[in-house]
Ligand binder design. Sequence first.
Ligand code: KIV
Length: 282
Amino acid sequence: MDKKKLTRWDLQQMKDSGEKAVWITAYDYWNASFAEKAGMDMILVGDSLGMCVYGYEGTVPVTMDQCICHCEAVRRGAKSTFIIGDMPFLSYQVSVENAVLNAGRFHKEAGVDAIKLEGGKRVCPQIRAICDGGMLVMGHIGLTPQSSGQLGGFKAQGRTARAAYELIEDAKAIQEAGAFALLVEAVPPEVCDIIRTTLTIPVYSIGAGIDADGQLMISSDVAGVFQAFTPKFVKKYENLAEKTIQAFSAYKEDVKQGRFPAPEHTYKMVEGELEKLQTKLN
Ligand code: KIV
């Protein structure tokens, strides 16, 4: 039976009934189809594609056009999964009008179900306007990689009472602005739990502990593809980097040793045609 794509109300119902949602990032057709086959509730086409696909050091260089292209591929690979497009740096910070137009591009050009943007109170006018435009917005607080410079690096957030209080205030403002869900990144579990119980909308964690309405992980981390660094909150379920290098090396050895391609990897000429060709050539 075909998988049924979830709606915001299904996600809300999952929170209300205590069922955890599980989601993962994907950036291309293949990984999107694997995520759908694995039964993910949602897929995020994160701007982490800057690091995971393009090899940038952070997410700041990622453009709208790159995000749209990757969202289109993911949509084709996961037609029955709720897909969230991640708004890249400078696609929503400049003005409310610009934010609505760019959120609209994700929907019109790539067919996403929702967009996500980073920030607390300071992006609430954008969240409200995008929601007024009939779109679904997910908030993202805690470690917000696009402002890692301001945060002093890719560091855990909300570790003091004052910082945690600010995060809780941000979370409340985001819900009030109309977001359908909130992602909390790299904060202590106790703080995420307070946010989850304070808000009525689903609150998801990446690196914010188990007391959330669901968990997000980066696909390249789960599969063990990303090699540059491993955040504390990552659990690698495979080592595809090693397996892929092994496969590439075996292929290289086969070619160098004259073992590939074997007869079974080649095409046969139509019967009698080789003789005709040789006659012609002579
Ligand atoms: O871009 C992304 O994948 C994200 C996660 C790190 C939360 O925003």
